[in-house]
Design a protein around this ligand. Structure first.
Ligand code: UDP
Length: 244
């Protein structure tokens, strides 16, 4: 059985590491019923403070991993530490080799036209034998949505990676997971852009110093508004930790 969830400002996070997360993925695929995995970052925890529908989705997801240094820091500060960061991109990169060996079939949905196909091509290049059930871009109209749903139902993937950005992808997954009957559904943000080589991940040094957020801010200054959530998040955590 899993370890008890940890509350970070009322959103529940599983104290899992990458290995534990991979074991869950395998277990969910064996079970066969739909399971929603969220990689939860500080921005979304902050947003959930005033978005009850989002908090509900997070708190009823099957697995919620600590995505980012902010969440790991907060959990520690609140006296309920989690082992390590499990980000969307790291999780996808950990799943791929296992998928190639076990024959898990993966469907890629999201990002601009052409990106999911390019990411799929790179995956097959790196892990020959990996099975891509299908791909779709993330800007479909109502008609396209219908087509996507039926193509997912027809191709029966084991894992559906949804790259619409958070929290759009979390709402989308929750709305459709029951009818899709895919065992594992994961929101992966901008991961397809990185895998396709359209966006660069922060250099190792930034990652090691836990400054990926700073790198993204420098590369994409339009993120500044959203990133204001980070200091506000930190302040809420400090307040909460003083109460304890
Ligand atoms: N995206 C999409 N459909 C939309 C909105 C966004 O497919 O309607 C894609 C976008 O092209 C990008 C990803 O979702 O590939 C969002 O990436 P971002 O790095 O902003 O994700 P976040 O960090 O916000 O989760």
């Amino acid at each position: 059985m899993g370890m008890k969830k940890v509350s970070v400002l009322g959103t529940l996070v599983d104290p899992v590491d990458m290995q534990g997360t991979l074991e869950k993925v395998e277990e969910y695929i064996k079970e066969g019923t739909p399971h929603h995995i969220i990689t939860l970052n500080a921005e979304i925890i902050y947003r959930a403070q005033h978005e009850p529908a989002l908090k509900d989705i997070i708190n009823s997801a099957h697995l919620v991993t600590p995505d980012g240094a902010g969440v790991v820091w907060a959990a520690g500060k609140l006296g309920t530490p989690v082992p390590e960061r499990v980000t969307g991109i790291d999780l996808v990169q950990a799943i791929l080799p296992t998928a190639a060996i076990k024959g898990w079939r993966i469907f890629l949905y999201g990002a601009a036209p052409g990106v999911a196909e390019e990411a799929a091509r790179k995956m097959v290049e790196e892990y020959p034998g990996i099975q891509i059930a299908g791909t779709s871009h993330g800007y479909l109209d109502a008609q396209g949505q219908k087509g996507l749903l039926s193509s997912i139902q027809k191709t029966k993937p084991d894992i559906l990676l949804v790259a619409l950005g958070a929290p759009k992808q979390e709402y989308w997954i929750r709305e459709h997971m029951d009818q899709l009957k895919v065992p594992v559904l994961i929101g992966i943000g901008g991961t397809l852009d990185v895998l396709a080589g359209k966006a660069k991940r922060a250099p190792e040094a930034f990652q090691r110093l836990k400054l990926e957020w700073l790198y993204r801010l420098l590369k994409e200054p339009r993120r500044a508004g959203r990133m204001l959530a980070l200091p506000k998040f930190a302040l809420l955590v400090l307040k909460e930790s003083l109460k304890k």
